[in-house]
Design a protein around this ligand. Sequence first.
Ligand code: AHR
Length: 305
Amino acid sequence: SSTGDDGASGDGGSGDVITVGFAQTGSESGWRSANTESMKEAFSADNGFDLKFNAADNKQEAQIAAVRSFINQGVDAIVIAPITVDGWDDVLKEAQDAGIPVVLEDRTVSASEDLYASWVGLDFEQEGKTAGEWVKENFDGKGANLVILEGTTGSSAALDRATGFAEATEGTDINVLDSQTGDFTRDGGKKVMEGYLQKYGDDIDVLFAHNDDMGLGALDAIEAAGLTPGKDIQIVTIDAVHDGMQALADGKFNFIVECNPLLGEKAADLVKAVLAGETVEKKTIVPDQSFTQEQAIEALPTRPY
Ligand code: AHR
């Protein structure tokens, strides 16, 4: 059994194994697959971990239940990629009372910072802002019509991207026709885009999708409606996973803001440091870049995911 006392020395078999419960959101997107892989690699037995993995199928109650089960199992530490920002206070308090430190990865929560040890993730607001700046640069002054595919309702990724995008496009003459959730999935993106196309037809000039997968789903709907994605409707998305980058390289997407899913190593370092009693940063933001078509063509051959 593990104690976690000397977690910092758990590198390859010396010292005790660290048992970690990881509560993942689900498997909604290509980004999520890359993130899960990065986490599993970093929390591997080779690195001194025994990983208990749960994916909650994008359901908040299931994710909270998974965290409770990790507490009951007496794991050494818990890592959560929180589906939504709200609803975490009680279970985080329960972990704290049980003496189990929690590290958050990817998304943030609205609960008090005292209830978790650390967070590593991305600046979602900046991602939305970068997407908005691209739209402003290319469409302001043209009276363009925009539709938005939002991520999972109540997730920090969707909330902060919406805030950043609105901030960047404020004061422009861009007309937001509609904004609905596609839950970060291809299916969701396709269905909502079909509805937009039925309602607004070829009035739509530009689409902002909160992630690549919803944008990829929308491509199917746009092509099925006899329109050319990237031309009749320009598309900006967030993530820069392989299929999104391929769509950009092919001219079907027009711009992608990156969201880096490779957070595993940093999360594992944080868990070890916290268990070793070290003081850690409360927030670690991993930098993102953005891609035009030319940059996507150049980056694609060496992208790791
Ligand atoms: O929280 C990060 C977001 O979650 C990614 O942008 C999206 O693809 C994923 O589902």
